[in-house]
Design a protein around this ligand. Structure first.
Ligand SMILES: *Cc1c(COP(=O)(O)O)cnc(C)c1O
Length: 405
C-alpha cells in the first residue's frame, strides 16, 4: 500500500484532514482505528526508564506513547509548523508540564497577569512553593515584560488573545525579549488556534492549547497539547508525560482528531458569526462596550490584523449599569436563553456565555499589584460577559441575546 506522506506544501485544510494519519496498513481502513491498548507486545526485552527513550523505541506502554495519541500530536505539530508535539490529559496538565519541565528552584518566570484563571493561580500561588520566583505582568505591554526579566528568567508565559479580556500580546516583540534573555517563550494559543496565529513562526518556542476548546470543537473531550522543537518536546515527554503521568486517553485523542479535521472550516464560521454578533452588540443601547479583535474599536485592532489571520469566535462585552446590572442580566440569560447555553468553556459548536464579575476575579485569580488591577478594570469594567460564538445561525444568536438585554 502507498505510504501517503503529506507533502510539506500541504495547506492547513489538507493537514487538518490528513495530518498524522494514513490508511491502516493491515486492513486498508480509511478512517483511523482507536488503539486503546495500555501495553504493547515487543520483539524482545526493552528498557524501563524514561531516560532510555529514543526516537526508535517501539510502543511499550500508553503513558509513554500510543499510536492514536501520537497521530493527533503529529497533526497538531504540522498545523502549527512545529517539529513535534506532546498531548496531555488537559490544557492544565499541558501548562503544568511546561512549568515543571523548564523551571527549577532558583529560576524566575514572567507570566501574563491575566490569563486562564487556573494558570494564573498555578503560577502565582503554587510555583513559589518550589522555589520558583514568578512575576505577573500585563503581557500586552512589551516594555513591562522586558522590565520584569532578570538574569534568572527562564520562561515567559503568555496567552493571546487573553482570557477573558481578549487583550493581545505582541508575540514577535516578546520573542525578541525572550531570546535576549536566554529564556523560552511559551504561548497559550487556545483562543487563537493554529488557523488564526502560528506563534512559532513569530518567535515563540512552545505553543500550548487546551484541546478541550476549538481543537475538539464539540464539547465532548478534555485534552491539552504542547508543540515546539523536537528536543524541547522530547524533554516534556520524558519529564512531564512519563513521570507526572497526565497523558491524554486514546479515546479523547480520537475524538479531538476528528474535531481538528473541520477546524479550518469551523474557524471561518466562528469568525463570520462573531463579527455579526459583535456588530449587533455594539449597536445595542443596553451594551456599554464590546471587545472583539475583529472590530476596529478593539484597542489593538492593528496588532490583531498583523498577528491573526482569523479573529476567532470569542467576544467580551459589558452591559450598562455596572456589576448589579450585569448580574441581573446574567440571571435573565441563564433562565431565558433559548439557543445559547449559559455555561463555562468555549470553542464548541454550541454558543456558550458566562458572566465574570471583576471584583470576584480580582479577589481570587487575577489579584496582584494595584497597577494590574487598574489595567484589568480598564478592559473589563465591573464585569464582562464572555461569549463563545458557535456555529448556529447568527440571526438566531442575535435574537436570543436581544431578548435578554
Ligand atoms: C480552558 C483553558 C485552559 C485550560 O484547559 P483545560 O483543558 O480546561 O485544562 C487553558 N488556557 C485557556 C486559554 C483556556 O481557555
Amino acid at each position: 500500500m502507498a505510504k501517503r506522506l503529506l507533502s510539506n506544501m500541504a495547506g492547513p485544510r489538507t493537514i487538518a484532514v490528513h495530518g498524522g494519519e494514513r490508511p491502516d496498513p493491515a486492513t486498508g481502513a480509511s478512517s483511523p482505528s482507536i488503539v486503546l491498548s495500555s501495553t504493547f507486545v515487543t520483539e524482545g526485552p526493552e528498557a524501563f526508564s524514561a531516560y532510555d527513550l529514543s526516537a526508535d523505541t517501539p510502543y511499550l506502554y500508553t503513558r509513554w506513547s500510543n499510536p492514536t495519541v501520537d497521530a493527533l500530536a503529529a497533526k497538531l505539530a504540522l498545523l502549527e509548523g512545529a517539529e513535534a508535539g506532546q498531548c496531555f490529559a488537559s490544557g492544565m496538565a499541558a501548562t503544568a508540564a511546561i512549568f515543571t519541565t523548564f523551571l527549577k528552584a532558583g529560576d524566575h518566570a514572567v507570566v501574563s497577569d491575566v490569563c486562564y484563571a487556573a494558570i494564573a493561580e498555578l503560577a502565582r500561588d503554587y510555583l513559589p512553593r518550589f522555589g520558583i520566583a514568578v512575576t505577573c505582568v500585563d503581557a500586552s505591554d512589551a516594555a513591562a515584560v522586558r522590565a520584569a526579566v532578570t538574569d534568572r528568567t527562564k520562561l515567559i508565559f503568555v496567552d493571546t488573545p487573553c482570557n477573558p479580556l481578549l487583550r493581545l500580546s505582541d508575540i514577535a516583540a516578546l520573542g525578541t525579549i525572550a531570546k535576549e534573555a536566554g529564556a523560552l517563550l511559551a504561548v497559550d494559543s487556545t483562543f487563537a488556534t493554529p488557523i488564526a496565529t502560528r506563534p512559532l513562526a513569530l518567535g515563540a518556542d512552545l505553543v500550548m492549547h487546551s484541546a478541550t476548546k476549538y481543537l475538539c470543537g464539540h464539547g465532548d473531550a478534555i485534552g491539552g497539547v504542547v508543540v515546539g522543537a523536537a528536543d524541547l518536546v522530547a524533554k516534556l515527554r520524558a519529564d512531564a508525560a512519563i513521570h507526572f503521568g497526565g497523558v491524554m486517553s486514546p479515546f479523547n485523542a480520537w475524538l479531538i482528531a476528528r474535531g481538528v479535521a473541520t477546524l479550518p472550516l469551523r474557524m471561518k464560521s466562528h469568525e463570520e458569526n462573531a463579527l455579526a454578533v459583535a456588530r449587533f452588540l455594539e449597536s445595542h443601547p443596553a451594551v456599554e462596550r464590546v471587545t472583539y479583535p475583529g472590530l476596529p474599536s478593539h484597542p489593538q485592532h492593528d496588532l490583531a490584523r498583523r498577528q491573526m489571520s482569523n479573529f476567532s469566535g470569542m467576544i467580551a462585552f459589558q452591559v450598562k449599569g455596572g456589576a448589579a446590572a450585569g448580574r441581573t442580566t446574567a440571571h435573565r440569560m441563564a433562565q431565558n436563553l433559548g439557543v445559547i447555553h449559559y455555561a463555562v468553556s468555549l470553542g464548541h459548536h454550541r454558543s456558550l456565555i458566562c458572566w465574570m464579575q471583576t471584583d470576584e476575579l480580582l479577589a481570587s485569580s487575577f489579584g496582584g499589584s494595584p497597577g494590574s488591577e487598574a489595567a484589568y478594570r480598564a478592559w473589563a469594567g465591573d464585569g464582562l460577559f464572555r461569549l463563545s460564538i458557535g456555529l448556529e445561525e447568527a440571526e438566531d444568536l442575535i435574537r436570543d441575546l436581544d431578548a435578554c438585554l
